[in-house]
Design a protein around this ligand. Structure first.
Ligand SMILES: [Fe+2]
Ligand SMILES: [Fe+2]
Length: 241
């Protein structure tokens, strides 16, 4: 006898139910997604990393949606950007170095069979993979939005272990801890996307910031260019472009 409900890639659907529309709400309610984010937080806490859990993914998701809207992407692309951002780091619990690939595959395993648009799934997968891929080749705007939203989340509140010793000895913690404000701004007239940071120079200096973030800034420049914008970094009112 056939069961009343079939488990389609983690989505419970009744026999004859229509395929579901992929929304952030659906993703946030999925228990597997929540477990992967929780496990990621636990794993990276054990390794002494900065926050990659719910704080980070919610900030990145809100920021991705807002940037996608400001730039004039469609309502569907805004939704996909928010979804990709929410799920972009959830593969970390399986290991840091390939977390972007792992996250994308996990995402498709959960949603591919139950959702109405395999194309939407593929866009989210590409965005998740692209957010940390060495040989970056952008082919959709959702990926570019996610990169800018993710890389701009550098902030004091991302530091998990606030002991002065740890901050003194860990350059990632030190640089994040030094950032007291970060704003991602879009200027349509000037065609510029700016990341404006306020850094406490008693904790670190801009040189140390660059030591860590040069790779991220290169990603941001490529992402902004793909969207037809110029990326500008402003540290303590000093503009670098
Ligand atoms: Fe990541
Ligand atoms: Fe991230």
């Amino acid at each position: 006898m056939e069961p009343a409900y079939v488990r389609y890639g983690g989505l419970r659907r009744g026999k004859g139910d229509k395929f579901m529309k992929l929304t952030l709400d659906l993703v946030k309610k999925n228990s597997a997604i929540n477990v992967f984010i929780k496990q990621t937080e636990k794993y990276l806490d054990a390794l002494g990393y900065t926050d990659h859990g719910f704080r980070h993914v919610n900030i990145v998701s809100d920021r991705a949606r807002s940037l996608a809207k400001q730039i004039g992407l469609s309502a569907k692309e805004q939704e996909l950007a928010a979804i990709a951002a929410y799920c972009h780091d959830m593969g970390n619990f399986l290991g840091r170095s390939q977390h972007h690939y792992q996250g994308a595959v996990l995402f498709s395993q959960i949603f591919m069979d139950g959702c109405d648009s395999p194309e939407d799934i593929s866009v989210v997968m590409q965005a998740i993979v692209s957010h940390d891929k060495d040989e970056l080749k952008l082919v959709n705007k959702v990926s570019a939005i996610l990169i800018l939203a993710d890389k701009s989340d550098v902030h004091r509140t991302r530091v998990k272990n606030k002991s002065l010793d740890k901050i003194k000895n860990d350059i990632h913690d030190r640089v994040n801890y030094s950032v007291t404000q970060n704003d991602l701004e879009l200027n349509r007239a000037k065609k510029e996307i700016s990341l404006r940071l306020k850094i406490d120079t008693k904790i670190t200096n801009p040189v140390e910031y660059f030591e860590i973030f040069i790779g991220r800034m290169t990603f941001c420049r490529q992402a902004a260019q793909y969207l037809g914008y110029k990326f500008v970094l402003i540290i303590n009112n000093f503009k670098l472009s």
